[in-house]
Design a protein. Sequence first.
Lengths: 124, 491
Amino acid sequence: MLAVSQLGSWLPIALLFLVAAGLALALASVSALVGPRRARGVHDESFECGSEAIGSARERFGVKFYVVALLFIVFDVEGVFLYPWAVLFRELAWPGLAAMGFFVATLAIGLVYVWKKGALDWEH
Amino acid sequence: MPVSLADILALLPEILLSLGALLLMMTEVFLAGARRGYQALLAALFTAAAFAAFLAQRGGGPRVLFGGFAVSDGFALFAGATICAGLLVTVVLGAGFLAPRSAERGEFYALALLAAAGMCLLVRAEDLLFVFIALELMSVPTYALVAYLRTGDRPSEAAFKYFLLGAFSSALFLYGAALVFGATGRTSLSGIAAAGGGKLLLAGLALVIAGLSFKIAAVPFHMWAPDVYEGASTPVTAFMAVGVKAASFAVLTRILVTAFGAPALAAVWQPLVVALALLTMVFGNLLALTQRNVKRMLAYSSVAHAGYLLVAVAAASRGFSGPSARGEAVSSLLFYLAAYTLTTAGAFGALAALERMGPDPQPWDLDRFAGLAKRRPWAAAATAMLMLSLAGIPPTVGFIGKLLVFKAAVDAGLVPLAIAGVLASVVGLYYYLRVVVVMYMQPAPLGSVPTPASWPLDLVLVATATLVLLFGLAPAGLANAALSSTGLLGG
């Protein structure tokens, strides 16, 4: 059983929930009240990202999505590596900076490669 | 984890290979013209530099790197130099094979160099986590290389099969490593040896052996090898047969001898390895017998050679043999790896030299070798020398390799296994010598168009055949180098 005095320390969290819920409600109602209504055609669909939201899963789709997904993973993983290094930046000091510099430089060379190869060019 | 500059310098060969790969990728996007011959030269230079770095590091005692993740010992240096030699042959093969097919790109060399960097890290790994990362660094570029020459659906099929089974074997290895960690609480090989453990450790050991058996293509984990070796373009096949096998054998030996070298554990894995060796030698040779397709024949031959190498691994178990017998076994393994690398890379070079350009329903049929002795006597003589070495006939390096391996097995008390190995290699004589017979005694079929000669491929053939003969006649240098490289740290 929690003492009442301990409950007080949860107040900021409760406030956060209230603000989050209030903000979501407020924004949704403002959008419903003032926003223009064009509920027709593609606007009825949940997203406009190239493939049908509802339908058979065995559909052909552009291989470009695959390349983008792959590149996304590469740079996402880079972020995963950078984060703990940033937290321990002072402890790792110069060797850490050198190692990270080498890692990021290698990735940068990879980025230059995919850029020059045209993998980032959506139109081609 | 203290990292000193000396640790980083010890990785100089791998650093050279990685830098070479990055540079080659940049030449591909910034300097890509019609002429790409310089890329092969660049790749060959970086490979030769890595080879020289491995040789230069010999002589110093064994050292632990990066707080116990990797080591620099004689075993790693010898295996690394062998891998770089195989890579050098692959690069020259690639130049001679891809350029006439207008498929020479920097990516080919970059991927090969990256995979080789993974292999070189693998042979010096001293920690199961490091082993896994190096294993993936070796495998992922190799999957891509298999699909490199995308003519027809064969390469895609081969790459997909190799990827699925490679991922499966990596998963097996990882599961085994997790069980070993669960049993001992350690991931470093010397730590596992010190901790010991019960049944859980044995389950982990079995899974680790199974995972690596896929990589070395030991029977019954060999099913993928013929299809993948046949589907990949010939230089890539040479690279897989040589580099992947050498690196996987080195790491298998290091794990078994260092982490599981205690007599009680060696008594468990030695019979396993003996059984694998027996199955691999017998079935590898028998399956190769029926092949008319020389590329498939060489694939099964590389399975059979994995069997002979496993004999050396079995002989290296410490439980039944003294430390000196173990040193002899490890040195015979290293010598055989070097001999096998030279011979097999050269044999695939012979195949690449005879392959036609356009679509061809049976590009690797035995008939392709018919009449070669009349047409190109030097290429035929070199191919004959390589086939003799694969069969293990004196005066070639293949003979010395088999001699050392079987002698090590006898000294370790594995006499029946050695006898089985000799009998299996007698079976092998038939299909290796058949190629020689066809080259020298059958006329070329009527209306056949000979493949034009390409000098890099001829260079590979002549260089490997000469070295095979040279090391066969004067094996002392290589054998002594192997014997002085058996110092496994902690083993």
